[in-house]
Design a protein around this ligand. Structure first.
Ligand code: NAD
Length: 418
């Protein structure tokens, strides 16, 4: 097989990567069924797809499904710290996919990888954080005309797309994959909830029971993290800016405080707001010795890492893998996970495969829909039928059966006269 254009760390890791991808695929039955159908129907025949996603075994399962459907796929990694070099290697060596990703590349390398994926002159995009879209609208506008549409995987990316659309700047139709009910419930709430706590525990070895966990942002991700932290025995404090979300947190039994008041109380701080400067110098100076700071929001701007460095007399790098200790003038140390980047991906393994089964089944069906759709530039909702199909297939795979509406019930629900 002639290898496609690629830039990966070591093709010699392919064998190890293959085993890990196959292990993940065993927990991804929905995507597996889709792959069988795609291989028969070839709905993506001749379609070039460029994707910027976290390069994990689960993403490899999506990639292989798209290729089974006939797509020519080029992949860049959406976060250098979550890139798994063995997975990148197997996708190139065994599946003929053009992967442009190396674990830990710097910003220049990251930008080169995005360009590498876009050089395939894609018809469709899959983005996670809006970086491919950004490059297309700034430095590679020459490629825009050839791109028919795309899908966006995460909340922050969808927020950016909506801002671009409001400013009249968005020149592509983009499907808000993040906003599907399945994605919000399963990936953002349950996936981020579990995997973020898992990353904190692995990286620091902290006993969560008995601690105070401060969760900034009580959205889909934050509410999942808070509920998992409580399940592990922590007292949870939530910080919010939206009254309805704050009320939801109160009614769910959590304490809600401004961050200035929560800062001295927390043993573990988890930010998941999609905003910036959530933890800053004013908070660092009052935090407890040994407080853990981790971010689960998309960009590494929620914890002010530069401010933390300025407030410190010394930074002890890698006191454990993924953990840097920032020593304050009075000797207290604050422990920052994964340099303030997405902790669950950078210091853990991201969402469990069974969660990504749902997310990526929605993605694969969205790509199939986009390949045949003719949409105007703007942010589009994913058709509800896609969500329904994924939920039904997952329930069937889990052996869960549903009741069915009787004809009388269906009439009752759809008629205002009854
Ligand atoms: N780590 C992961 O695997 C993962 C998965 C999905 C989404 N995300 C990212 O997590 C972030 C949150 O996603 P979501 O789906 O929960 O979004 P969301 O919009 O449902 O929730 C964000 C919440 O943060 C609140 N908020 C905003 N600014 C705040 C501030 N300064 N202080 C306190 N609260 C504030 C908002 O009011 C909102 O309730 C996004 O950046 C998203 O891209 C990460």
């Amino acid at each position: 097989m002639t290898l496609p254009p690629h830039d990966v760390a070591d093709l010699g890791l392919a064998e190890q990567g293959r085993r890990r991808v196959e292990f993940a695929e065993r927990s991804m039955p929905v995507l597996g069924l889709l792959r069988e159908r795609f291989a028969t129907d070839c709905p993506l025949s001749g379609v070039r797809v460029a994707a910027c996603l976290h390069l994990t075994p689960e993403t490899a399962a999506l990639a292989r499904t798209l290729v089974a459907g006939g797509a020519q796929l080029h992949l860049a990694a959406s976060n250098p710290l979550s890139t798994q070099d063995d997975v990148a290697a197997t996708l190139v060596a065994d599946d003929g996919i053009g992967v442009h990703a190396r674990h830990g590349v710097d910003r220049t390398g990251y930008a080169a990888h995005l360009t590498g994926a876009l050089d395939s002159r894609p018809h469709l995009l899959l983005d996670d954080g809006c970086d491919l879209v950004n490059v297309l609208h700034t430095t590679r506008t020459d490629l825009l005309a050839g791109v028919r549409a795309g899908g966006e995987q995460t909340s922050t990316g969808v927020l950016r797309l909506r801002q671009m659309a409001a400013d009249g700047a968005l020149r592509l139709p983009m499907a808000a994959v993040n906003d599907t009910p399945m994605q919000l419930l399963v990936a953002n709430r349950h996936g981020t909830g579990q995997s973020t706590l898992d990353a904190v525990m692995r990286a620091t070895g902290v006993l969560v029971a008995g601690t105070t966990v401060v969760v900034a942002g009580y959205g889909w991700c934050g509410s999942g993290i808070a509920s998992r932290a409580r399940g592990l025995g922590a007292s949870v404090v939530v910080t919010e800016v939206e009254p309805s979300r704050a009320l939801e947190a109160v009614l769910d039994g959590h304490r809600v405080l401004p961050m200035a008041e929560a800062a001295p109380l927390g043993d573990v701080f988890l930010t998941t707001t999609g905003n910036r400067d959530v933890l800053t110098a004013e908070h660092f100076v009052v935090m407890k010795d040994g407080a853990v700071l981790a971010n689960a929001g998309h960009f590494d701007v929620e914890v002010d890492v530069v401010g933390l460095e300025r407030a410190s007399v010394e930074v002890h790098r890698r006191v454990r893998p993924h953990v840097d200790a920032y020593e304050l003038p009075d000797g207290r140390r604050l422990l920052l996970l994964a340099e303030g980047r997405l902790a669950n991906l950078a210091a853990g393994e991201g969402h469990p495969a069974s969660v990504m089964d749902i997310s990526f089944a929605v993605q694969a069906l969205t790509v199939e829909w986009l390949a045949g759709a003719s949409l105007v530039p703007g942010v589009h909702e994913v058709p509800a039928a896609i969500d329904d199909e994924v939920a039904r297939t997952k329930l069937a795979a889990l052996g869960v059966r549903l009741d069915r509406l009787s004809p009388t019930q269906a009439r009752y629900l759809s008629s205002w006269q009854a």
